[in-house]
Write a protein that binds this ligand. Sequence first.
Ligand code: SF4
Ligand code: SF4
Length: 328
Amino acid sequence: MSGRELMTGEMCVKCGLCEAVCPSRLSSLRSLDLDRSGVLPEEIVNCTTCNRCVASCPRNVPITKAIERMRRSLTTPGYGETLANISTYGTSIVPSSPCNVDVKSCKVAYFAGCLTNHRLRDIGAAVEYTLDYLGIEYTRIPEVCCGSPLNRIGRFDLARKMLEKNLAMLRAQGVETVITSCPGCTSTLLEYQDEFEILHYLDLYDRHRMYADVSRDDLVATLQFPCHLYRNVSPYTMVVAEQILSAMYDYRRLPEADRCCGAGGGVRRNDLALSRQLKARKVDDIRALAPDIVITTCPQCKVHLSEDVPGIEDLSVVLAKALGFNGK
Ligand code: SF4
Ligand code: SF4
């Protein structure tokens, strides 16, 4: 089924709500189904796949999935870079160094994702510290990309192949539960929730009521809601994140906390200037609040926002530090 077919029929009532909420100001969402010319609206490369349009649509039109399908036929330098990295390294980014992991038969695995494995290793170390703190035995696997960046650009077949490679490794170790820390990996792995229990670390921390184990200080903290966790996985993840931060700090919610930071959907790689432009409002909101600490729960948000918000941390890291993790 093509993207255009997904938008046809009785589904879209042309109310325009999707366009009104779009951070990238896409203006052709209402007319995607009317475009019979075979020419794709150029602006679809600017979609961050934040899913705000879908959340606002009264008819549940799968707009983001339609855009991803349309992108299948596009080649851009950014999309080419993702495809080249996957075919060369098996990861969506160029690996910094070999990622050596201990593999063993175990019912629980921690799946960190490319950015954490190769750029933000403190997040992986923090999650592992917390698993040890909880006494949970786990394995790692020599991960390849979960396929999420490929899905965002419509390369669904290749994405499925990458995911299957990971699933085969998990099955070989007898894994039943997969702990994650990346929103993109989490939503991708959730396609297999009939076979595996998929838990983002926030689900795990909620299950173990971890906010009861931390002491509070008076620092003002705020939180960037990652689109792919809040809207693609569950809004409840941010309820848990806010609960933990309220137990640890003087927590204050950002205005439009769930507004996209501009990094997703391949936009940062494809058009850095646009992704920085989309970030400006978020940065203004953070500066106006003037918190002591800014938190997110997405490696991609962290990389993008850290250009303007030095010291932004992943929640896994601040929680682990409160439990004794030394950051190494
Ligand atoms: S919000 Fe939904 S129904 Fe309204 S114009 Fe957009 S796709 Fe159509
Ligand atoms: S997913 Fe986000 S950026 Fe893309 S069209 Fe919808 S609202 Fe706009």
